[in-house]
Structures are given as C-alpha cells and as structure tokens.
Design a protein around this ligand. Structure first.
Ligand code: C2E
Ligand code: MG
Ligand code: MG
Length: 488
C-alpha cells in the first residue's frame, strides 16, 4: 500500500485526537509524524519489554495487526492529502477504541498495530475496531467508507519472542484478508503451516517468472506457463463464437497450479504486469492463427486482466495495442474481461481507452462484486458474464432443489433482460449439464461457456475441438422456448 502520505491533514473532529509531537521533537523518532502514533520500532521495543516484564500469573499481552482494505483506491480517487486525512482519523478512532494501557502504532502506509497488555481483551477490542473504523468519513469534502482486516495473536507465555508474536498477528491478518477482508481472525498454529506453504509457492513463482523473464518480455513460449482456451457458443444455434484464454502454471513438482492460486500471488509480488502482458500477447497470437469458421464472424478471444493491471491505465492500453499490432489480430476479435470487483475507484477512463482501440469489454463474475446498477449503465461494457454461482444453483441432473432453482432461473432471466436493455449480450459461465443449458437458454442468456461444451483446452488440442464444435453447430438449432411460467 502507498506509504507516501506526507501532508499534514487538517485537524479532525470525529476522533480523540492523538498527541502529535511538534517538529524537531526528539519523540518524533518514536512516533509517526502523520498520526502521532507510536512507530514500528517503538512498538517492537515496547512489545519486548512487556513480554519480558510479565510475571507468572500475570495477564499475557496480545497483538492486533490491522490493514485497511483497499485503501489505495481512496488515495487514487481522492488524492494523497485526503488519504492522509483519512489515515489520521482512523488513527484517532483506534485510539478511542482501545483500553488506556494499550499502545497503538502505525506500521506503514495503511497498516496499524495495537499492543494490549491484557490479551484477554483481544477479541472484544478487535470487534470494536471493525465497527468503529467502518463508520463513514468526511474528509476535504469527500464522503467515504472503509473497512479493515485484523489479525489477533495472544502471547503463549512470558518467554514468547516479540518477533514471533508480530509474525503470528500478521499471519492471522493474512487469513482475515484471504477469507474476504472486513473481519478479524485469531492466530491458530495451522495458519503457520498455510503461511509456510504459501511462501514456498511464492518462491517457486518468483523463480519461474525470473527464469522466463526474457521470454515473457518477448512474448515467446516459456517454460511452465501456458494459456488454455475454453469455448463460448451461441446458446441457441450452438455455433462456436470464440474462446476465453485462461492462464495455467504447469509446475514441475506440484503439477498444474490454477490461476486462482498464482494470479493473486503474482499481483502481490508485483509481477502481474509481466505475466498479464504475456497472456495477452500469447492469446492474440494464437487467435490470429485460428482457421476462419465455415460461416459467421471469425472466432473471438477473451483475455482476463487483473484489477492491478487496470490501475496502470497507460501500460495496459499500450500492452493491448502492442499485442494487437504484433499479432495482426483484428481489434474487434479481442475482448478484455474485467472482474466486477475491479470497478471500485476510477476505472472509466481506462475502459474508454481500451474501447477506443476497437476492442470489446466484458464484465466478468457479474453479480458478485460491487457495481451498482446505476453505475453499470455508465460503463462501456459489451457483455455481462453471469457468475458461475447463479448457474451452479440450477439442477445438475434430476435432483431439483426447488426453491433455489426457481430463484436462480429468475435471476438469470432478470440479468439477461438487464443486459438486453443496456445493449449488452450475456454469457452464462460454468454450464455443466444439459439441464442447466436449457434453463440458461430459456432465461434468454445469449452465450454459454462451461464444461458441458468443453473444458479449458491446450492450444495443441484446439484444432480438433474446433472441428467437433463446428459439426455440433450444424445440427438443427434449438427452438425458442415458451416464456418462463410466472413466479409461484
Ligand atoms: P474466470 O475468468 O471467471 O474464468 C472462468 C473459470 O471457471 C475458469 O477457472 C474455468 O476453468 C472455470 N470453469 C469454466 N467452466 C466451468 C464449469 O462448467 N464448471 C466449473 N466448476 N468451472 C468452470 P480457472 O481457469 O481456474 O480461472 C479462475 C480465474 O482465474 C478466472 O475466472 C480468472 O478470473 C482468473 N484468471 C485466469 N487466467 C487469468 C489471466 O490470464 N489473468 C488474470 N488476471 N486472471 C486470470
Ligand atoms: Mg473471465
Ligand atoms: Mg468469470
């Protein structure tokens, strides 16, 4: 997170204001100049003395590690001065939420820590912090809200090492973030195991990307990474329309590692731009080599881009333009998929930049993120990809689980009409059975993607897949069904 917040904010009034030392005060070393809270070094020192000073029978301390969720988007959208103002108010709210004998520190940009001499208060304090920090903020004329993730670790005994306790609180914080943020998590020993395997995976990913750096930059074939392609077909005619490109990591020992595991890691270690560019270049080059269909428009290719790539507007637009130019792919054949949760902050300009290249835009995982319906109309999307969860509620065979199925059918129909009304086509993801395909079709969804049609397929097997799907599309089209019966 950005730690450059250096501008002193105006005085806040919604907080118990921390005592900010004056410039030149020797206490500055021990304090964070923006918030007046304790510095990281000072917290470490106090933690050591608190642990060392604990006598048998005394309460043992606990440490809370706090990280504001998506704080970067506040800095990006409102500017650093306002970001500083928010940090200052958050600091005050933390001070107001903890017992008098607690120590509050600012660890870095949007990370804070609380040392509680009596660790038994840990869970109550964590719950209070979640609630207080989530209250609305008004800074420099900007109204906003925030959430926080918190890791809590209790000292196990007076001989506990300060570094171990800090590490345990951070591991618990990562668990809170991985579980969806806006929550607190108590450290448990199994988390250490998970953190170690994650770290091992991160080291492997760094090594694999470093080995391939030159090839990745030149968009050449690389060791361990591949792009697989999953077909999308017209829900009614079954005609093949194109493919979604999905990244794969074929690890020599771990086997195939899915993008849900390695994309977030690549984001964290700052290598998503490199990997994302490579996927884009590879997908465009592959799509340019596909045979033309016997009828209809040439097959399209859809490429996912990460929210972090979206934030680097110039780099992303240049990377897309470059992939098109070097592959010779017609821009109209490329679609960029952006996950709904990436629309927080100011994505509009980037989306417009991508559209200006003649590329289409698709809103991925629709129905799970944060986009409000009123916002949706302002974004230049061409398609809505309905999240898999809506389809997985539908019957996967004979066992109909009635109520949820009825609700999901109506949701699908509502999203299909919403898309049609906004001039967007709709794609149902995760269609696994004929029964689901029939319901999706009845609901008016235009495109189907899922294991029913085919799994994501390596490039080498695409020619035979295209042939099979072309034959299937020659079969008679599925007739338009009667409208859905009304809601019971
Ligand atoms: P997504 O974009 O929503 O992709 C669809 C995911 O659903 C894929 O998972 C696909 O294999 C899976 N899927 C498709 N049909 C079915 C089905 O019928 N049943 C079930 N259960 N699953 C189905 P995958 O390949 O593991 O990708 C997961 C996510 O990782 C993608 O979700 C996408 O958000 C991300 N991702 C994949 N490749 C890239 C990439 O190159 N860059 C970025 N930034 N993200 C990527
Ligand atoms: Mg996608
Ligand atoms: Mg999706």
């Amino acid at each position: 997170m950005n730690a450059t917040n250096a501008i002193r904010p105006e005085r806040t009034d919604d907080v118990i204001s921390p005592d900010v030392p004056a410039a030149g005060d020797p206490a500055l070393k021990e304090h964070d100049p923006l918030t007046g809270l304790c510095s990281r070094a000072e917290l470490h020192r106090l933690l050591g003395t608190t642990l060392a000073g604990a006598r048998p029978g005394d309460a043992l301390p606990a440490l809370l590690a706090l990280d504001l969720d998506r704080f970067q988007s506040i800095n990006d959208s409102t500017g650093i001065a306002t970001g500083d103002g928010v940090l200052s108010r958050v600091a005050g709210r933390i001070r107001g939420a903890v017992p008098k004998d607690a120590t509050v520190a600012r660890i870095s940009g949007d990370e804070f820590a609380v040392l509680l001499p009596d660790g038994s208060q840990g869970s109550a304090v964590a719950a209070k912090l979640l609630e207080l920090i989530a209250r609305p903020y008004a800074v420099n004329g900007h109204a906003m809200s925030l959430s926080v993730s918190i890791g809590l670790a209790r000292a196990l005994g007076p001989d506990q090492d300060a570094d171990d306790l800090l590490q345990a609180a951070n591991i618990a914080l990562h668990c809170a973030e991985a579980d969806g943020k806006d929550r607190w998590c108590l450290f448990e020993p199994w988390m250490q195991q998970r953190a170690s395997s994650r770290q091992a995976l991160e080291m492997d990913l760094r090594a694999a990307l470093a080995t391939n750096k030159v090839e990745l930059r030149k968009a050449m074939a690389v060791e361990q990474f591949e792009v697989h392609y999953q077909p999308q077909v017209d829900s009614r005619s079954q005609r093949l329309l194109g493919f979604e490109a999905l990244a794969r990591w074929r690890h020599p020992v771990r086997g195939m590692v899915g993008p849900n595991e390695f994309i977030p890691l690549a984001e964290e270690i700052g290598l998503i731009g490199l990997l994302g560019d490579w996927v884009l270049q590879t997908a465009c080059r592959t799509a340019a080599s596909w045979p033309a269909p016997s009828t209809g428009a040439p097959y399209r290719v859809a490429v996912n881009v990460s929210p972090l790539q979206l934030r680097e507007r110039r780099a992303l637009v240049a990377s897309i333009a470059n992939a098109l130019a070097s592959s010779g792919l017609a821009p109209g054949r490329l679609e960029i998929e952006i996950t709904e949760s990436a629309l927080i902050g100011d994505a509009l300009e980037t989306l417009q930049g991508i559209k200006a290249l003649g590329v289409s835009l698709s809103l991925d995982d629709f129905g799970t993120g944060y986009s409000s319906l009123s916002q949706l109309a302002h974004y230049p999307f061409d398609r809505l990809k309905i999240d898999r969860s809506f389809v997985s509620e539908l019957p996967s065979g004979d066992a109909a689980h009635a109520v949820r199925t009825v609700q999901s059918r109506w949701m699908l129909q509502a999203i299909a009409s919403l898309g049609a009304g906004l001039g967007m086509s709709t794609v149902a993801e995760g269609v696994e059975t004929e029964a689901q395909a029939a319901i999706v079709r009845e609901a008016g969804v235009s495109v189907i993607q899922g294991f029913l049609i085919a799994r994501p397929t390596p490039e080498a097997a695409l020619a035979s897949l295209i042939e099979r799907l072309e034959i299937a599309a020659d079969l008679p089209a599925i007739p338009t069904p009667a409208p859905l019966e009304s809601h019971p």
